[in-house]
Design a protein around this ligand. Sequence first.
Ligand code: SF4
Ligand code: SF4
Length: 436
Amino acid sequence: MNIFRYLNAKGAKIPNHKELTKDLKVEVLEPPKYLYYPMAMHIGKPSRPAVRVGDKVKIGTLLGEIEEGLSANIHSSVSGQVVSIGEDEAFRGKGKSIVVENDFMDEKKKLEPLSETITPEEFAKRLEEAGITGKGGAGFPAHIKYDMEKHETEYLVINGAECEPYSTTDHRAMVEYADEIIEITSLIMKIYHIDESYIAIEDNMKESKEALDKAIIKKDAKNIKVHELPAVYPQGHSALQIEQVLGIEIKEGERSGDVGVLQSNVSTIKAIYDAVFKDDPLYKRIITVTGPMIKNPKNLMVRIGTKVEDIVEKCGGFNEGERLNISGGPMMGKSFDDLSLPVDKDTTTLLFLKKHLIEEEKPCIRCAKCILHCPVSIQPIRISNAYREREYHLGKPLKSESCINCGTCSYICPSKINLLDDIQKLNKELEEKDDE
Ligand code: SF4
Ligand code: SF4
């Protein structure tokens, strides 16, 4: 163990609670009678409905067509019939949504098979057709990233660190689909002329490492390396991870592509495998259902569009008591009340916690912990003070916009000051000022 890696690593050591689901094999959840597809499942513009009420669909039928610019295709995850197109609530807010009634026939419509030799342009086109978006939580359309990075890419970094507590989605993907992950990684390297690839994991993910190492030996893919990072939150953040793995710093305003690095989440890589080798668009995903308030925590393979309540039922319902529902992890996830929301392409985790009374905020004791642990080296308490004193103009010199919203400062603060909330509100003020 290299002790300097630990000393250099900012962020915080936080309990990971992964023991609830990390050894549980992914179970298949049979799709329900009705599936709900919000047209906003990704960053950018919502998709445009490509079907009409009454249309027959198969698994893989295009339901939502990509809009120009940043957008993505959306496909049906069951066979059946379109029964409504209207407005519905979703994790990304209220918007256009398509409802499909499942006929339980599971008929499939595959993508056209690819030729043996694929150019970067054809590869990006395939990702576009298949509606691949980042499955780690950000929902960035993958075809745009892979099209932008086709020139001068030196490294591929696959993010399997899954640093959010409780989540075991990526971990199970690596344990159960290691061969597929190595197969598609090798192909991407060939298409993009990349010599070195790294799969970044935390150093407590023993089973993931074993499975990947075995698959690398089997494929004789010596230029793919499993890179262990210290288990310090937030190792999953893209820029921090690239710096840790390659020693390359990504400066403010730069993308990973600007420094010759192509980066994808490991579950996205598995979805790319399905699109390239199985001609399947993205219509299902692994979800971790976990936390002390769910009766039987599980890792489930779920069709996109399944409502949270159907998933909860499969897990035996809830334990007694007041509950806090979170989509994603406890650090960066979003709380929600409505159990009729459908899972979308980047729903990684459904976390059900006990609702504790919110601890009362106390005055700052000037311990500087928030500053010492901030992974991007800004000063959370000074930004928070600037917000509370309405000195919004201090946001820029204090680099509040560099905040990656990881929540470490709020978590670590002994006075329970919700620093992240203040920082986000100040950044909103700055954004609004820029728009004026
Ligand atoms: S200021 Fe932002 S980046 Fe720094 S610890 Fe707080 S939430 Fe994370
Ligand atoms: S961690 Fe909390 S108490 Fe310590 S300096 Fe920051 S805001 Fe103040």
